[in-house]
Design a protein around this ligand. Structure first.
Ligand SMILES: Cc1cc2nc3c(=O)[nH]c(=O)nc-3n(C[C@H](O)[C@H](O)[C@H](O)COP(=O)(O)O)c2cc1C
Length: 206
């Protein structure tokens, strides 16, 4: 009898465990198998497993075509629904040619349309990036912020996570090993949780 009660309690706990977690829809701007940005996402997931329920959206989507807006593919619908159902959006991306990788911009464009159904509107958003260069995705991130102004997404400002010379920050298994980078991501995750809660509390007033 005691075992049954324990069993029921355990099921109840695992059923409700996810309810307190914030649902975060993630757009990862690299499809590369050994992507450093994917490794960053893995680190974020590891340190936030008790507080964030992170889903990674497949952004391997058809090229945006306005003619298809009213008849989108299942993959586009999935992107739209995952973002709509989320408490917040996290973008983790490299910089391509001083700007936003095309596949990420394509996914953002799909999520932003039709115009009246822009799924990013009033979503709290966080931004992280790693690149092999000395500028650590600063240009890519500033372009995303510009895009987000039109999307009416609320991008957290600080801390900025601009990871430079990414090869030096990971080991041979692509595991994050740099302690300063870990510290800034820890701070980012901590602030992002607060940001998501705060924006969701006020978003209907603005
Ligand atoms: C098409 C392309 C353009 C790139 N442009 C830049 C750039 O403008 N600035 C930069 O720092 N790195 C640039 N890189 C290098 C990327 O930072 C590097 O490949 C990075 O590791 C990609 O992220 P990932 O490891 O998550 O795939 C570029 C790479 C590619 C493939």
């Amino acid at each position: 009898m005691y075992d049954i009660i324990k069993y029921i309690k355990r099921i109840k706990f695992s059923l409700f465990k996810n309810m307190d977690k914030l649902k975060i829809a993630t757009l990862l701007g690299s499809l590369r198998k050994d992507s450093f940005n994917k490794s960053l996402l893995n680190y974020v997931m590891e340190i936030s497993k008790d507080t964030l329920d992170i889903s990674i959206i497949d952004i391997n989507l058809p090229l945006f075509n306005e003619d298809m807006e009213s008849n989108p593919t299942d993959s586009v619908l999935k992107l739209r629904n995952t973002i709509k159902d989320s408490d917040g959006v996290l973008i983790i991306t490299p910089e391509y040619n001083y700007s936003i990788p095309g596949l990420l911009k394509n996914a953002i464009d799909w999520g932003s349309r039709p115009y009246t159904e822009n799924v990013f509107s009033k979503k709290p958003m966080g931004l992280i990036g790693a690149s092999s260069g000395a500028m650590g995705t600063v240009r890519s991130q500033s372009h995303i912020r510009q895009v987000c102004t039109f999307l009416n997404a609320f991008v957290m400002n600080k801390p900025e996570v601009l990871i430079t010379f990414s090869k030096d920050k990971f080991d041979n298994n692509n595991k994050l090993i740099d302690s300063k980078t870990k510290d800034i991501i820890d701070e980012f995750v901590n602030n992002f949780e607060k940001w998501v809660k705060a924006i969701n509390q006020i978003k209907d007033l603005i």
